[in-house]
Structure formats: structure tokens, C-alpha cells
Design a protein around this ligand. Structure first.
Ligand code: DGP
Length: 210
């Protein structure tokens, strides 16, 4: 077992930015270079809270906006023990969406302020690095139609993007903006570069809190 902790690395972005592809490629590259790494994703639809979230996203169930916000956060909290355990064992955890999606998506709804939206996630393990995969709305449109799930409209996604821009002004979070309109392999190389330096820095620092 490694004597250093792993890093917590998050990929964020609007839908169609390529987060899932890039998370998988990052984990594979880290493992290939002998660095233990695992992927996690939020929402994790496999838990009982996750099943509720899934039925909400698929529009099989209606839930009050504050209530679903708290459920998304609870879904992150319920996985904190396993996430921390992995990191302490030296595994770098690469996360497909995290608390920033939570704040960006709910605050894009009418009547929600960003500060209220951030509150339930205060105290979650703080990522050592958050990469925002940035694509223009035009580029996202070229990547195909949105699906049928809730939130998958270009008007809503545009507001989400603006909320992310506000969140990225927080200097207490190590944000890096990645130009995700490039070729998959070029985006991957940018991501690997940032990740390797975050892994090195994390080794000498305790896990922080949001
Ligand atoms: P994905 O499985 O990555 O496609 O994400 C599912 C959808 O849920 C996506 O449109 C983003 C949204 N989402 C992710 N996390 C949260 C959250 O914490 N709160 C809200 N309101 N939406 C979220």
C-alpha cells in the first residue's frame, strides 16, 4: 500500500462537455503509469437515494426543488466514507461531477441563490483539483441532440454555464479551465498534466473541506 494519500480530482462542465470520456481516460492513464486510481460519479444512481434521483431525472417522479437539491447533496455525503477510505489508501479518486454541479444546476432554477445552494455541501472533502471542461454552446450542439432527461435543454444549460462561471471565481478552490472543444486526445493531455501536478501536491497536504 502507498504511504501517500491519493488526490481528489473532479471534472465539471455542462452536459456534452466530455466529462465521462475524459474521466475514464484519466483513470486508465494513471493506472497504466502505476498510480492507483478509481472513478466515481455523481449522482451515483445505484444507492436508494440515487434511485430516487434517477426517477426524478427521468421525469418518472416529481420532487420539490429544495428537496431534490438536498437529495443530490445527501447522495454525495453517503459516499464520503468510501471516498475518504480510498484516498487515505493512496488511491486517486477521479470524480465525474461533484458539489459544483449541485450548486450550478439548482441555482439555474428560478428563485435559488448560489449561497443557499452551496450550503448542504459545506464540509465535503475538498477536491485537490477541479477541471472545468469548457465547450461553447455551438460546439455542444455539434455533439448531437440532448437526451430526454430533465435539465437537457440548451436554454437551461446556458444558465448553468453562467453559474459555473460564478463558482469559478472562488479562489479557495483549485479551478483549471480546460478547452474541451479540442480533439479528445489533446484534451486528455491537458487533463493529465494538471492531474499529475495535483497528485504530487496532494501528497504533502491533508484532505481539505469545502
Ligand atoms: P449525469 O449522470 O452526469 O448526466 O448527470 C445527471 C444530471 O443531473 C445532469 O443534467 C446534471 C444534473 N446534476 C448533477 N448533480 C446535480 C446536483 O447536485 N443538483 C442538481 N440539481 N442537478 C445535478
Amino acid at each position: 500500500m502507498s504511504c501517500h494519500r491519493g488526490a481528489l480530482i473532479v471534472l465539471e462542465g455542462v452536459d456534452k462537455a466530455g466529462k465521462t470520456t475524459q474521466c475514464k481516460k484519466l483513470v486508465a492513464a494513471l493506472q497504466h503509469s502505476g498510480r492507483p486510481a478509481e472513478v466515481m460519479r455523481f449522482p451515483d444512481r445505484t444507492t436508494s437515494i440515487g434511485l430516487l434521483i434517477n426517477s426524478y431525472l427521468q421525469k418518472d417522479r416529481e420532487l420539490e426543488d429544495h428537496a431534490i437539491h438536498l437529495l443530490f447533496s445527501a447522495n454525495r455525503w453517503e459516499l464520503v466514507p468510501s471516498m475518504k477510505k480510498k484516498i487515505e489508501q493512496g488511491v486517486t479518486v477521479v470524480v465525474d461531477r461533484y458539489a459544483f454541479s449541485g450548486a450550478a444546476f439548482t441555482s439555474a432554477k428560478q428563485g435559488f441563490c448560489l449561497d443557499w445552494c452551496k450550503t448542504p455541501d459545506v464540509g465535503l472533502p475538498k477536491p485537490d483539483l477541479v477541471m472545468f471542461l469548457k465547450v461553447s454552446p455551438a460546439e455542444a450542439a455539434l455533439r448531437g441532440q440532448f437526451g430526454e432527461e430533465r435539465y437537457e435543454t440548451s436554454v437551461f444549460q446556458k444558465t448553468v454555464q453562467q453559474r459555473f462561471e460564478q463558482l469559478m471565481k472562488d479562489p479557495s478552490v483549485n479551478w483549471k479551465v480546460i478547452d474541451a472543444s479540442k480533439q479528445i486526445q489533446d484534451v486528455h493531455e491537458d487533463i493529465i498534466g494538471h492531474s499529475l501536478s495535483a497528485i504530487t501536491t496532494a501528497q504533502s497536504q491533508p484532505i481539505g473541506e469545502l
